[in-house]
Design a binder for this molecule. Structure first.
Ligand code: SIN
Length: 326
């Protein structure tokens, strides 16, 4: 904890005030951070305190922040290299490639592509070879009720498994498939997602590079395990998905306007709860930083063909996407 002097003149007592306060908001994960203005340039000491709290609590909530795409971006860069969201060009902010719109606010009378993002348990960008490290979401508008985000601690989920199950999973690789991103997507958008993001393989358990602890890395977007049939894989995936999101591992965030929430995709899964009136606006902006090159393509030849098709159809995709906006 850093302390600052507020009164330092001669013949005065020196008072010291804490700057950043971190208050847990969930037993499994999550903390509320106050005493810092994220729109300002942060000191290296403040950044260190925030990073330490992030490593400990996995999800940090900064209430009452006043951010825009530029200040959100500036804060994000403390956590690594910005992701330009090439995996989903149709979800970007019109003026900032690295800012994603999570919004059901109609554009020219049509629902935007990112209206129903994240409505199953996932970890961001696990369908890429370089899945996200940090994600930040800033709430600009929220529905009167619902539209929460839930987070599950995947260290805790892993630790709670039996030693035999952990041993089995430690050697396993999982195929992460973007076609499983969730049912409520526009079919044209889903097709574009699939062309741009061929299936990738990641370890089923990943060692967090900073904490050194193992975390389960299996969620609703895992299709199968490498070296096992779908028939064998499916019941295990189902078990792990159900196991990992038990209430004892979960923090549920009820958004307030001007909350900035920062999370660590390497050790948690999350879900945007789609339980709000679609006539009400839920409007958020999101940034992510690139994680390590963790995965590999499941089938490099098919992936190449898919990416070529994506390039060849990029105009068609762009036209399809703009049709959604027109
Ligand atoms: C996401 O980034 O997965 C969406 C989170 C949300 O909209 O609550």
């Amino acid at each position: 904890m850093t302390w600052v002097n507020t009164l330092t003149g001669p013949n005065t007592t020196t008072f010291q005030m804490p700057t950043i306060q971190v208050q847990p908001v969930g037993f499994a994960l999550g903390a509320r951070v106050t005493g810092v203005d994220l729109s300002k340039m942060l000191t290296s000491d403040e950044v260190q305190q925030i990073k330490a709290a992030w490593t400990k609590h996995l999800v940090l909530v900064f209430p009452g922040q006043q951010l825009d795409p530029a200040t959100l971006t500036a804060f994000t860069t403390h956590f690594g290299e910005l992701d330009n969201y090439d995996s989903q060009p149709f979800n970007r902010h019109p003026e900032h490639d690295h800012v994603m719109l999570l919004s059901n606010k109609p554009v020219n009378g049509k629902l935007p592509a990112g209206a129903y993002n994240g409505q199953n348990w996932h970890t961001d960008l696990s369908y890429t070879v370089r899945p996200a490290k940090a994600t930040m979401v800033y709430c600009i508008e929220k529905p009167s009720v619902g539209g929460d985000t839930m987070f599950a601690n995947m260290y805790a989920a892993y630790e709670a498994l039996s030693p035999k199950m952990r041993e089995f999973l430690d050697d396993l690789e999982a195929v992460n498939d973007v076609s499983l991103i969730s049912a409520r997507r526009d079919p044209a958008i889903l097709e574009a997602f699939k062309r741009l993001n061929p299936p990738v393989v990641h370890p089923a358990v990943r060692i967090h590079p900073e904490s050194g602890k193992p975390a389960l890395y299996v969620n609703d977007r895992v299709r199968t395990f490498v070296g096992m049939s779908d028939l064998e894989s499916k019941p295990i995936i189902k078990f792990l998905c159900e196991h990992s999101v038990q209430p004892r591992f979960v923090y549920r965030h009820r958004w307030e306007v001007r909350d900035l929430v920062l999370w660590d995709n390497r050790c948690l899964t999350h879900l945007a709860v789609g339980d709000y009136d679609p006539k009400e606006i839920r409007h958020m902006i999101r940034t992510s930083t690139m994680g390590d090159h963790y995965g590999r393509l499941e089938n490099p030849q098919a992936a190449e063909a898919s990416l070529k098709a994506a390039a060849a159809t990029s105009q068609e995709v762009a036209a399809g996407v703009s049709a959604l906006h027109d």
